[in-house]
Write a protein that binds this ligand. Structure first.
Ligand code: CDP
Ligand code: CDP
Length: 226
């Protein structure tokens, strides 16, 4: 179907991927898919059962029982696990600190990667994550690698927190840097820019500027696909 393309947006934590991906999808009438939410949902489910990230057999069994469903919501996207709305729960600091360990698991990546490919099969999706352009949708027509300095990314995340969260900007920055390191250094599908991805450094760009430039690139790709 040459009327629609797939768009992959990858990059480190806090670069603006989900914010921008959701808005780009809105502009194009496409479906937004937050793959990070899926890794977070698996992490939350494993933590509840005290399953560790290296327990392949238990993780496999768990994955077999999870029905993960994404639904467009007022404020982005809601995520359900076996019909429980876990949208808020997956953003906890506990999940955030552990998710990169679960995301390094081959068992987890295989199951979630297959789900993600299926969601994009009809095209017309904007999918954000770490390995979308490199592994999940290597044939996506448009690939963006969205970055920003770690200071800027930490500041953005800090501003999102309600005051008196018991975490300082410095702590947040070091947790983000550690998560980036784990995501970049894992063996399976690490965070890396795809060869054919366009890098956008959003450190000094507004959200609207980033969205406008991706929408413009999409229109060019759409015209090419015709
Ligand atoms: O929104 P934020 O950047 O904090 O993180 P996220 O997109 O929700 O992703 C959480 C974690 O899931 C990342 O730090 C990665 O460890 C993992 N992830 C991944 O490995 N592959 C993806 N395609 C998406 C997320
Ligand atoms: O998904 P990812 O972790 O890459 O980032 P995000 O969850 O979209 O968070 C980025 C935060 O930075 C949000 O609070 C945005 O409002 C803000 N922001 C941005 O995304 N892009 C800019 N150019 C400036 C600020």
């Amino acid at each position: 179907d040459s009327d629609r393309i797939n768009i992959a947006i990858d990059g480190p934590a806090g670069a603006g991927k989900s914010t921008v991906a959701r808005m780009v999808a809105g502009h194009l009438g496409y479906v937004y898919i937050d793959t990070g939410a899926m890794y977070r949902a698996v992490t939350l489910s494993a933590q509840r059962l005290s399953i560790a990230a290296d327990q392949d057999a238990r993780l496999s069994e768990l994955l077999g029982t999870l029905r993960i469903r994404l639904e467009p919501g007022d404020n982005g996207q809601s995520i359900f696990v076996n019909e429980e709305d876990v949208t808020g729960l997956i953003r906890s600091r506990e999940v955030t600190r552990q998710v990169s360990y679960f995301a390094a698991s081959g068992v987890v990546r295989e199951v979630l990667g297959a789900m993600q490919r299926e969601l994009a099969a009809q095209r017309g999706v904007v999918m954000d994550g770490r390995d979308i352009g490199t592994h999940v949708l290597p044939d996506a027509e448009l690939k963006i690698f969205l970055t920003a300095s770690v200071q800027e990314r930490a500041l953005r995340r800090f501003k999102e927190l309600p005051s008196d969260q018991g975490i300082t900007l410095e702590q947040l920055e070091s947790e983000i840097a550690e998560r980036d390191r784990l995501d970049e250094q894992r063996d399976i599908a690490p965070l890396i820019q795809a060869k054919d991805a366009i890098e956008l450094d959003s450190s000094h760009m507004t959200i609207d500027e980033v969205v406008a430039s991706i929408v413009k690139l999409s229109r060019t790709k759409l015209a090419e696909a015709k």
